[in-house]
Design a protein around this ligand. Sequence first.
Ligand code: G
Ligand code: G
Ligand code: NA
Ligand code: MN
Length: 254
Amino acid sequence: LVLEEELRQALETRQFAVHLQPKVSLRDGAIVSAEALLRWNHPTRGLVSPASFIPLAEDTGLIVPIGEWVLRTVCAQEADWLKQGLRTVPVGVNLSAVQFRETRVLELVQDALATVGLAPGYLELELTESLIMQDPAEAVRILNALRALGVRLSMDDFGTGYSSLAQLKRFPFDALKIDRAFIIDIVHNPEDAAIASAIITMARRLGLTVVAEGVETVEQLCELRAAGCDEMQGYLFSRPVPLEEFAAMLRAGK
Ligand code: G
Ligand code: G
Ligand code: NA
Ligand code: MN
Protein backbone atom coordinates (compact mmCIF):
# COMPACT_ATOMS: atom_id res chain seq x y z
CA LEU A 1 0.00 0.00 0.00
CA VAL A 2 2.88 2.33 0.82
CA LEU A 3 4.56 1.61 -2.51
CA GLU A 4 1.27 2.13 -4.33
CA GLU A 5 0.92 5.61 -2.78
CA GLU A 6 4.56 6.35 -3.65
CA LEU A 7 3.98 5.34 -7.26
CA ARG A 8 1.01 7.70 -7.47
CA GLN A 9 3.13 10.52 -6.06
CA ALA A 10 6.00 9.68 -8.36
CA LEU A 11 3.78 10.33 -11.35
CA GLU A 12 2.45 13.61 -9.94
CA THR A 13 5.82 14.95 -8.84
CA ARG A 14 7.73 13.90 -11.95
CA GLN A 15 10.04 11.33 -10.38
CA PHE A 16 9.94 9.17 -13.50
CA ALA A 17 12.33 9.46 -16.42
CA VAL A 18 12.65 7.75 -19.76
CA HIS A 19 16.02 6.32 -20.73
CA LEU A 20 16.85 5.14 -24.24
CA GLN A 21 18.91 2.14 -25.27
CA PRO A 22 20.13 2.10 -28.89
CA LYS A 23 19.54 -0.75 -31.32
CA VAL A 24 22.42 -1.04 -33.74
CA SER A 25 22.67 -2.40 -37.27
CA LEU A 26 25.00 -5.40 -37.52
CA ARG A 27 25.70 -4.40 -41.11
CA ASP A 28 27.32 -1.03 -40.47
CA GLY A 29 27.15 -0.33 -36.73
CA ALA A 30 24.73 2.59 -37.12
CA ILE A 31 22.10 3.35 -34.48
CA VAL A 32 18.85 2.43 -36.25
CA SER A 33 16.33 2.71 -33.42
CA ALA A 34 16.04 2.68 -29.63
CA GLU A 35 13.99 1.24 -26.79
CA ALA A 36 12.44 3.47 -24.13
CA LEU A 37 13.00 2.11 -20.63
CA LEU A 38 11.26 3.65 -17.64
CA ARG A 39 13.35 4.79 -14.67
CA TRP A 40 12.14 5.86 -11.22
CA ASN A 41 14.29 8.39 -9.45
CA HIS A 42 13.06 7.81 -5.88
CA PRO A 43 13.72 10.72 -3.43
CA THR A 44 15.39 8.48 -0.83
CA ARG A 45 16.03 5.13 -2.51
CA GLY A 46 17.67 6.48 -5.66
CA LEU A 47 17.17 4.87 -9.03
CA VAL A 48 14.58 2.10 -8.71
CA SER A 49 14.38 -0.61 -11.41
CA PRO A 50 11.07 -1.01 -13.22
CA ALA A 51 11.29 -4.77 -12.63
CA SER A 52 10.53 -4.03 -8.96
CA PHE A 53 7.50 -1.78 -9.47
CA ILE A 54 5.90 -2.68 -12.83
CA PRO A 55 4.14 -5.77 -11.40
CA LEU A 56 2.53 -3.60 -8.70
CA ALA A 57 1.75 -0.89 -11.25
CA GLU A 58 -0.03 -3.55 -13.31
CA ASP A 59 -1.96 -4.98 -10.33
CA THR A 60 -3.15 -1.54 -9.27
CA GLY A 61 -3.88 -0.26 -12.77
CA LEU A 62 -1.32 2.52 -12.29
CA ILE A 63 0.51 1.17 -15.33
CA VAL A 64 -2.19 2.83 -17.44
CA PRO A 65 -1.32 6.46 -16.54
CA ILE A 66 2.39 5.61 -16.18
CA GLY A 67 2.45 3.95 -19.61
CA GLU A 68 0.58 6.88 -21.11
CA TRP A 69 3.20 9.21 -19.63
CA VAL A 70 6.02 7.17 -21.19
CA LEU A 71 4.29 7.18 -24.59
CA ARG A 72 3.62 10.94 -24.54
CA THR A 73 7.13 11.72 -23.26
CA VAL A 74 8.72 9.71 -26.08
CA CYS A 75 6.51 11.32 -28.73
CA ALA A 76 7.17 14.83 -27.40
CA GLN A 77 10.96 14.23 -27.28
CA GLU A 78 11.04 12.82 -30.80
CA ALA A 79 9.00 15.74 -32.17
CA ASP A 80 11.28 18.19 -30.38
CA TRP A 81 14.46 16.56 -31.74
CA LEU A 82 13.06 16.65 -35.27
CA LYS A 83 12.18 20.32 -34.84
CA GLN A 84 15.82 20.94 -33.81
CA GLY A 85 16.96 19.22 -37.00
CA LEU A 86 18.35 16.17 -35.22
CA ARG A 87 18.19 13.06 -37.38
CA THR A 88 16.54 10.87 -34.79
CA VAL A 89 15.52 7.22 -35.11
CA PRO A 90 12.29 5.36 -34.26
CA VAL A 91 11.80 4.72 -30.54
CA GLY A 92 10.10 1.62 -29.16
CA VAL A 93 7.74 1.89 -26.20
CA ASN A 94 6.88 -1.20 -24.13
CA LEU A 95 3.17 -1.87 -23.82
CA SER A 96 1.86 -3.82 -20.85
CA ALA A 97 -0.94 -6.35 -21.27
CA VAL A 98 -2.99 -4.32 -18.79
CA GLN A 99 -2.68 -1.19 -20.93
CA PHE A 100 -3.66 -3.19 -23.97
CA ARG A 101 -6.72 -4.64 -22.25
CA GLU A 102 -7.94 -1.59 -20.37
CA THR A 103 -7.40 1.32 -22.67
CA ARG A 104 -8.24 2.16 -26.21
CA VAL A 105 -4.68 1.86 -27.37
CA LEU A 106 -5.34 2.97 -30.93
CA GLU A 107 -7.01 6.23 -29.83
CA LEU A 108 -4.30 6.87 -27.25
CA VAL A 109 -1.49 6.40 -29.79
CA GLN A 110 -3.25 8.56 -32.38
CA ASP A 111 -3.71 11.32 -29.82
CA ALA A 112 -0.12 11.10 -28.53
CA LEU A 113 1.19 11.48 -32.11
CA ALA A 114 -1.25 14.21 -33.14
CA THR A 115 -0.71 16.30 -29.99
CA VAL A 116 2.95 16.86 -30.89
CA GLY A 117 2.65 16.41 -34.67
CA LEU A 118 4.94 13.37 -34.82
CA ALA A 119 5.02 11.13 -37.91
CA PRO A 120 3.88 7.61 -36.87
CA GLY A 121 7.04 5.97 -38.29
CA TYR A 122 9.06 7.43 -35.41
CA LEU A 123 7.05 5.37 -32.94
CA GLU A 124 7.43 1.67 -32.40
CA LEU A 125 5.45 -0.45 -29.95
CA GLU A 126 7.06 -3.46 -28.27
CA LEU A 127 4.60 -6.19 -27.33
CA THR A 128 5.20 -9.60 -25.74
CA GLU A 129 3.82 -12.90 -26.94
CA SER A 130 1.81 -13.36 -23.76
CA LEU A 131 0.14 -9.99 -24.36
CA ILE A 132 -1.07 -10.82 -27.85
CA MET A 133 -1.98 -14.42 -26.97
CA GLN A 134 -4.41 -13.37 -24.23
CA ASP A 135 -6.95 -12.48 -26.92
CA PRO A 136 -5.32 -13.11 -30.32
CA ALA A 137 -8.34 -12.12 -32.43
CA GLU A 138 -8.68 -8.75 -30.70
CA ALA A 139 -4.90 -8.27 -30.80
CA VAL A 140 -4.82 -8.86 -34.58
CA ARG A 141 -7.55 -6.25 -35.05
CA ILE A 142 -5.79 -3.59 -32.95
CA LEU A 143 -2.31 -4.32 -34.34
CA ASN A 144 -3.58 -4.13 -37.93
CA ALA A 145 -5.09 -0.72 -37.16
CA LEU A 146 -1.86 0.51 -35.56
CA ARG A 147 0.17 -0.80 -38.49
CA ALA A 148 -2.17 0.91 -40.95
CA LEU A 149 -1.54 4.13 -39.06
CA GLY A 150 2.19 3.72 -39.80
CA VAL A 151 3.36 2.79 -36.31
CA ARG A 152 6.07 0.09 -36.18
CA LEU A 153 5.41 -3.07 -34.22
CA SER A 154 7.91 -5.33 -32.61
CA MET A 155 7.51 -8.72 -30.94
CA ASP A 156 9.42 -8.55 -27.65
CA ASP A 157 11.15 -11.33 -25.69
CA PHE A 158 10.56 -13.88 -28.43
CA GLY A 159 11.21 -17.49 -27.46
CA THR A 160 10.12 -17.30 -23.84
CA GLY A 161 6.39 -17.82 -24.42
CA TYR A 162 4.45 -20.51 -26.13
CA SER A 163 3.75 -19.01 -29.53
CA SER A 164 5.47 -20.26 -32.66
CA LEU A 165 6.65 -18.32 -35.67
CA ALA A 166 3.79 -19.99 -37.56
CA GLN A 167 1.27 -18.31 -35.24
CA LEU A 168 3.09 -15.01 -35.45
CA LYS A 169 2.49 -14.68 -39.18
CA ARG A 170 -1.10 -13.63 -38.35
CA PHE A 171 0.27 -10.49 -36.71
CA PRO A 172 1.64 -7.50 -38.63
CA PHE A 173 5.01 -7.25 -36.88
CA ASP A 174 7.95 -5.40 -38.45
CA ALA A 175 10.56 -6.80 -36.09
CA LEU A 176 11.20 -9.67 -33.73
CA LYS A 177 13.43 -9.39 -30.66
CA ILE A 178 15.12 -12.61 -29.54
CA ASP A 179 14.98 -12.86 -25.77
CA ARG A 180 18.21 -12.35 -23.86
CA ALA A 181 17.84 -15.85 -22.39
CA PHE A 182 18.97 -17.35 -25.73
CA ILE A 183 21.79 -14.85 -26.23
CA ILE A 184 23.52 -15.19 -22.83
CA ASP A 185 25.07 -18.60 -23.60
CA ILE A 186 25.03 -18.47 -27.38
CA VAL A 187 28.81 -18.84 -27.64
CA HIS A 188 29.21 -21.85 -25.33
CA ASN A 189 25.88 -23.65 -25.61
CA PRO A 190 25.33 -25.23 -29.05
CA GLU A 191 21.61 -25.69 -28.34
CA ASP A 192 21.07 -21.99 -27.65
CA ALA A 193 23.10 -21.20 -30.76
CA ALA A 194 20.90 -23.57 -32.80
CA ILE A 195 17.68 -22.06 -31.44
CA ALA A 196 18.84 -18.48 -32.07
CA SER A 197 20.01 -19.38 -35.56
CA ALA A 198 16.72 -21.11 -36.41
CA ILE A 199 14.69 -18.15 -35.11
CA ILE A 200 16.81 -15.75 -37.17
CA THR A 201 16.48 -17.78 -40.38
CA MET A 202 12.73 -18.27 -40.09
CA ALA A 203 11.99 -14.73 -38.98
CA ARG A 204 13.97 -13.28 -41.88
CA ARG A 205 12.15 -15.55 -44.33
CA LEU A 206 8.92 -14.11 -42.90
CA GLY A 207 10.20 -10.62 -43.68
CA LEU A 208 10.87 -9.59 -40.09
CA THR A 209 13.84 -7.55 -38.92
CA VAL A 210 15.59 -9.60 -36.24
CA VAL A 211 17.00 -7.92 -33.13
CA ALA A 212 19.13 -9.75 -30.54
CA GLU A 213 18.60 -8.53 -26.97
CA GLY A 214 21.19 -8.36 -24.21
CA VAL A 215 24.35 -8.62 -26.32
CA GLU A 216 27.29 -8.11 -23.98
CA THR A 217 30.35 -9.57 -25.73
CA VAL A 218 32.11 -9.37 -29.09
CA GLU A 219 31.93 -13.19 -29.32
CA GLN A 220 28.13 -13.09 -29.08
CA LEU A 221 28.08 -10.36 -31.70
CA CYS A 222 30.18 -12.46 -34.13
CA GLU A 223 27.96 -15.50 -33.62
CA LEU A 224 24.82 -13.42 -34.29
CA ARG A 225 26.27 -11.75 -37.34
CA ALA A 226 27.25 -15.15 -38.78
CA ALA A 227 23.70 -16.38 -38.18
CA GLY A 228 22.30 -13.45 -40.19
CA CYS A 229 20.87 -11.33 -37.37
CA ASP A 230 20.00 -7.77 -38.45
CA GLU A 231 20.38 -5.72 -35.27
CA MET A 232 21.55 -5.89 -31.69
CA GLN A 233 20.73 -4.18 -28.44
CA GLY A 234 22.83 -4.59 -25.33
CA TYR A 235 25.53 -3.37 -22.98
CA LEU A 236 28.24 -4.17 -25.55
CA PHE A 237 27.16 -1.10 -27.48
CA SER A 238 25.42 0.92 -24.76
CA ARG A 239 23.36 0.75 -21.59
CA PRO A 240 20.06 2.63 -21.52
CA VAL A 241 21.02 6.32 -21.23
CA PRO A 242 19.22 9.59 -20.37
CA LEU A 243 17.53 11.40 -23.28
CA GLU A 244 20.20 14.09 -23.63
CA GLU A 245 22.96 11.50 -23.71
CA PHE A 246 21.12 9.61 -26.44
CA ALA A 247 20.81 12.82 -28.50
CA ALA A 248 24.58 13.29 -28.12
CA MET A 249 25.16 9.73 -29.38
CA LEU A 250 23.02 10.46 -32.45
CA ARG A 251 24.89 13.71 -33.14
CA ALA A 252 28.26 11.99 -32.76
CA GLY A 253 27.29 9.16 -35.10
CA LYS A 254 26.12 11.38 -37.96
O1 G B 1 14.85 -1.50 -17.93
P1 G B 1 15.07 -2.81 -17.38
O2 G B 1 16.05 -1.97 -17.45
O3 G B 1 15.42 -2.99 -15.92
O4 G B 1 13.49 -3.07 -17.34
C1 G B 1 12.99 -4.12 -16.58
C2 G B 1 11.64 -4.51 -17.11
O5 G B 1 10.73 -3.40 -17.08
C3 G B 1 11.68 -5.01 -18.55
O6 G B 1 10.88 -6.18 -18.62
C4 G B 1 11.04 -3.91 -19.33
O7 G B 1 10.32 -4.39 -20.46
C5 G B 1 10.08 -3.30 -18.33
N1 G B 1 9.84 -1.89 -18.67
C6 G B 1 10.75 -0.89 -18.75
N2 G B 1 10.15 0.26 -19.13
C7 G B 1 8.84 -0.03 -19.31
C8 G B 1 7.69 0.75 -19.70
O8 G B 1 7.77 1.94 -20.02
N3 G B 1 6.48 0.10 -19.74
C9 G B 1 6.36 -1.22 -19.42
N4 G B 1 5.14 -1.76 -19.49
N5 G B 1 7.41 -1.98 -19.07
C10 G B 1 8.64 -1.39 -19.01
O1 G C 1 11.72 -7.01 -21.14
P1 G C 1 12.49 -6.08 -22.04
O2 G C 1 13.17 -6.79 -23.12
O3 G C 1 11.69 -4.91 -22.52
O4 G C 1 13.60 -5.43 -21.09
C1 G C 1 14.84 -5.11 -21.51
C2 G C 1 15.69 -5.26 -20.27
O5 G C 1 16.98 -5.75 -20.61
C3 G C 1 15.88 -3.96 -19.54
O6 G C 1 15.87 -4.26 -18.19
C4 G C 1 17.29 -3.55 -19.98
O7 G C 1 17.90 -2.66 -19.07
C5 G C 1 17.96 -4.91 -20.02
N1 G C 1 19.16 -5.02 -20.83
C6 G C 1 19.44 -4.38 -21.99
N2 G C 1 20.64 -4.74 -22.48
C7 G C 1 21.15 -5.64 -21.61
C8 G C 1 22.37 -6.38 -21.57
O8 G C 1 23.23 -6.31 -22.44
N3 G C 1 22.54 -7.20 -20.49
C9 G C 1 21.62 -7.33 -19.51
N4 G C 1 21.89 -8.15 -18.50
N5 G C 1 20.44 -6.66 -19.53
C10 G C 1 20.21 -5.81 -20.56
NA1 NA D 1 10.97 -4.34 -24.51
MN1 MN E 1 12.68 -7.59 -24.51
